[in-house]
Design a protein around this ligand. Structure first.
Ligand code: AHR
Length: 512
């Protein structure tokens, strides 16, 4: 009898045992603003991202559209308040000649998209389509220019075409193509991954080339100048950042990019939905490495730029798995589960907390490619768990960062350990405080207590994104399996907030 009682107690303990996490929140605030540009997106001419994703053609009679761009996609992205959109690549950018994509469509050259599936690119979606779309979305365009196979002249012409009001050959050409006013593009990427698909260069060679491009783009016909982004390192290539910071004068550069994907093994990326806990743990370890990458690259930048004038622009991030069975391997089409919600939630918290240096970021990619927020199938469209995280987190855009001290429980698998709880907090212009929390633990809920210093609140509400299984995802048949729900498991008593966060879930709290 005694034995049964003891094992019963043990069982109960293991069922109800929580990880314990304690947080101190400095609610007085900081002088740090979380740039809305951290919540940026990326659309490459890759697979069904542009064609079938954004753009279905002006003559399409089946799918409702505005100038060929899907109306359902426009509405979904507007709801995210997307602050910027990077285009046309990626690797594609260094093969792209922008003049192929302007003028009468029947006269545009057709090319082969050599990076992505060897498919025909008919250039029917070009500069006008993209920049007009950005206007509809009320988002800032971020153009990635061709350094690998382009020229300084081609880049200068593109800047002149998009930004010069009148009196120049390119502004005249733009007007002849039906657009009177310039679009005033501020964000310009100078190449993409020059250490790889962008030309296989070393850092010294690229730094010299960069200076040449940046010199002739200076000003860019904009009051206050354009924002030039140097192609930065892959993951932990700290030497790349060091060389760029050393060789490029601060007056020639506004940002340095960083690319990091949550991939466990580039030769065996694993399935997007039928993964086991070991694969999940490995993916999360890679995703959470972002914290270290951002800190170490920032520390190098601090040596040369102590005033933090130059932004770290993480313009490609997200999970990368094997493509969905039966789809073109060059199209990078993958499903999106609660694992992706974990990556998104934790990564965005990392960016928020490092917003003194991280000024911009772009999830790869928006539609039908890699960690997409939207998937389409002909006239059908669905929103992924990653979309819902972005939507829940939009409250942080341009809000003031509230510093947190976190003592998190651990998520242990075998001999390996990860921090279980990833969180950030901010106060918006209306005075509402938001705390976003992610419990990446695959099986253990977290009991979290937050000690609030420097403010008191009367009202508390929250939302949660969760599902029964980590491997769950939204399908075209069941698009709303995973959507945010009201969160009731938080209590505010005086200056102490306590909450229970289930395994693999994302919570956003609002305090007033
Ligand atoms: O996002 C897919 C590809 O990943 C991009 O084209 C390239 O920049 C990166 O290697």
């Amino acid at each position: 009898m005694k034995k049964i009682f003891i094992s019963g107690v043990l069982l109960l303990c293991s069922l109800t045992s929580y990880g314990q996490t304690s947080i101190i929140m400095d609610a007085k605030g900081s002088d740090q603003q979380i740039s809305r540009h951290i919540y940026g997106h990326f659309a490459e001419h890759l697979g069904r991202s542009i064609y079938g994703g954004f753009y279905v053609g002006e003559d399409n009679t089946k799918i409702p559209h505005v100038n060929g761009v899907r109306k359902d996609v426009i509405a979904a992205l507007k709801n995210l308040n997307i602050p910027n959109l990077r285009w046309p690549g990626g690797c594609f950018a260094d093969t792209y000649h922008w003049k192929d994509g302007i003028g009468p469509k029947d006269q545009r050259p057709t090319i082969v998209n050599t990076w992505w599936g060897g498919v025909t690119e008919n250039n029917s979606f070009g500069t006008h389509n993209f920049l007009n779309l950005c206007e509809i979305l009320e988002t800032e365009p971020y153009l990635a220019g061709n350094v690998g196979s382009g020229s300084v002249q081609e880049m200068m012409d593109w800047v002149q075409y998009t930004n010069s009001k009148e009196g120049n050959p390119m502004s005249k050409l733009r007007q002849e193509n039906g657009r009177a006013e310039p679009w005033q593009v501020k964000y310009w990427g100078i190449g993409n991954e020059p250490w790889g698909c962008g030309g296989n260069m070393d850092a010294e060679f690229y730094a010299n080339l960069y200076k040449q491009y940046a010199t002739y783009m200076a000003g860019g016909y904009l009051d206050g100048g354009i924002y030039r982004i140097a192609s930065g390192p892959a993951g932990d290539d700290y030497n790349w950042t060091e060389v760029l910071m050393k060789k490029i004068p601060l007056s020639l550069m506004e940002g340095i990019a960083l690319h990091h994907y949550a991939v466990t093994d580039w030769n065996a990326k694993g399935p997007s939905t039928t993964f086991d806990e070991k694969q999940y743990f490995g993916t999360m370890r890679q995703a959470l490495l972002m914290n270290e990458l951002v800190e170490k690259h920032s520390a190098i930048m601090d040596k040369y730029d102590p005033e933090k004038k130059i932004g770290l622009v993480v313009d490609e991030w997200g999970g990368w798995y094997e493509v969905e069975p039966g789809t073109n391997p060059g199209f990078l089409y993958q499903q999106n589960t609660m694992r992706d919600a974990m990556i998104a939630g934790a990564t965005l918290n990392i960016f928020n907390n490092h917003s003194d240096r991280v000024r911009m970021a772009n999830l790869a990619q928006t539609i039908n490619v890699l960690q997409a927020v939207i998937l389409t199938d002909e006239e059908k469209m669905l929103l992924t768990p990653t979309y819902h995280v972005m939507e829940m987190y939009k409250v942080h855009q341009d809000a003031t960062l509230l510093p947190l001290q976190v003592k998190s429980a651990e998520y242990q698998l075998g001999d390996d350990k990860l921090q279980a709880v990833w969180t950030s907090a901010s106060r918006n212009k209306q005075g509402v405080t938001h705390i976003s929390l992610v419990n990446v633990h695959a099986s253990k809920a977290q009991e979290i207590s937050i000690d609030i210093k420097g403010a008191s609140y009367k009202k508390l509400s929250g939302r949660i994104l969760r599902s029964k299984k980590l491997q769950d995802y939204n399908t075209f048949e069941n698009p709303n399996l995973i959507t945010p729900q009201a969160f009731k498991d938080a209590k505010l008593k005086g200056n102490t907030l306590t909450l229970k966060v289930p395994p693999f879930s994302v919570v956003v709290l609002a305090l007033e």
